[in-house]
Design a binder for this molecule. Structure first.
Ligand code: SAM
Length: 294
């Protein structure tokens, strides 16, 4: 087996050889601990029948572990300067494709169709660029990309928000949007010391697994997320107050909002943070029906 890229010594050698300098604006914090990498990969349950999508391979630290354990790896890297580095470090692996593109601009369903037509099992594994953690996750979920799940490193604070339960401080529209599609659990907490350069915050590896069925049937998913976001605009305010000012329709029709609450027997004086996803689903359906006169 090839020597790991992610040892501190080898990483420094690679960076020096290619004269690479980190760009903070691209969230470049590279992993320099092979044990953490093995641990991340073990949570992804890879076989040679698995296709992996990686975001931000950097110099290939995680990519090589993925290549050793999966059938195929497709990695999006925005930084063109890393292409020659990756060509060098990943030369022993013939099952890796690098796409030099901002993942947020990519047509993910098309990439999956083109790259993974032979794969039924597809998973996202990544040490994410932290400045775009949420948009990346939501792009995969809202885009209904054909993935089994995600094993992703991120700021611990964001992982806490995603996995939060009702009536906790971290619970909010992000918890609802992700948990609507995915079962979410923190697989491990990761200290700053395993990165170069060290990030300012503690990290966590989050495991997301697609739910067989959504927890509640909703008429319009986008509207559910709109209602959820609107319910948390001012956490201390009641649902009624928040929705009245945040829903575009709400401004005009307070009575309709109240009627919707009545239909589902939820007190409009509650705060958003006390509602479960199921309750948000019911609320969004009732509001939707009121507004559309169903
Ligand atoms: N996987 C490597 C590791 O673990 O050592 C590097 C992870 S580093 C936290 C994030 C990587 O994402 C960097 O290589 C950065 O250039 C890349 N990146 C940043 N923004 C991106 C974007 N919008 N699309 C694709 N890659 C991006």
């Amino acid at each position: 087996m090839n020597k790991d890229i992610a040892t501190p010594v080898r990483t420094k050698e690679i960076l020096e050889k290619h004269g690479f300098s980190f760009k903070k604006s691209l969230g470049q914090n590279f992993l320099i601990d092979p044990n953490i990498l093995r641990n991340i990969v073990s949570h992804a349950d890879l076989t040679d029948k698995t296709g992996v999508i990686e975001i931000g391979p950097g110099i290939g630290a995680l990519t090589e572990h993925l290549a050793r354990n999966a059938g195929k790896v497709v990695a999006f890297e925005i930084d063109q300067r890393l292409l020659p580095v990756l060509e060098d470090t990943l030369s022993p692996y013939d099952n890796v494709t690098i796409i030099n593109q901002d993942v947020l601009e990519a047509d993910l369903n098309k990439v999956v169709e083109e790259q993974f037509s032979d794969f039924d099992d597809i998973v996202v594994v990544a040490n994410l660029p932290y400045y775009v953690t949420t948009p990346i996750i939501m792009k995969f979920l809202l885009g209904k990309v054909r993935i089994r799940g995600m094993v992703i490193m991120m700021q611990k604070e964001v992982a806490d928000r995603i996995t939060a339960s009702p009536s906790t401080k971290a619970y909010g529209s992000l918890s609802i949007a992700v948990q609507y599609y995915m079962d979410a659990e923190v697989s491990m907490i990761v200290p700053k010391t395993v990165f170069i350069p060290q990030p300012n915050v503690e990290s966590a590896v989050l495991k997301l697994t697609k739910k067989a069925e959504p927890p509640v049937e909703v008429i319009d998913e986008d509207f559910l997320f709109e209602v959820a976001r609107g319910s948390f605009v001012q956490r201390r305010k009641t649902l009624l107050n928040n929705l009245q000012s945040s829903l575009p329709e709400g401004k005009m029709k307070k009575e309709q909002i109240l009627r919707a609450f009545e239909r589902i027997d939820i007190d409009p004086g509650r705060r958003g943070e006390t509602l479960s996803i199921e309750e948000f689903g019911k609320l969004s359906n009732a509001l939707y029906s009121e507004f559309k006169n169903l």
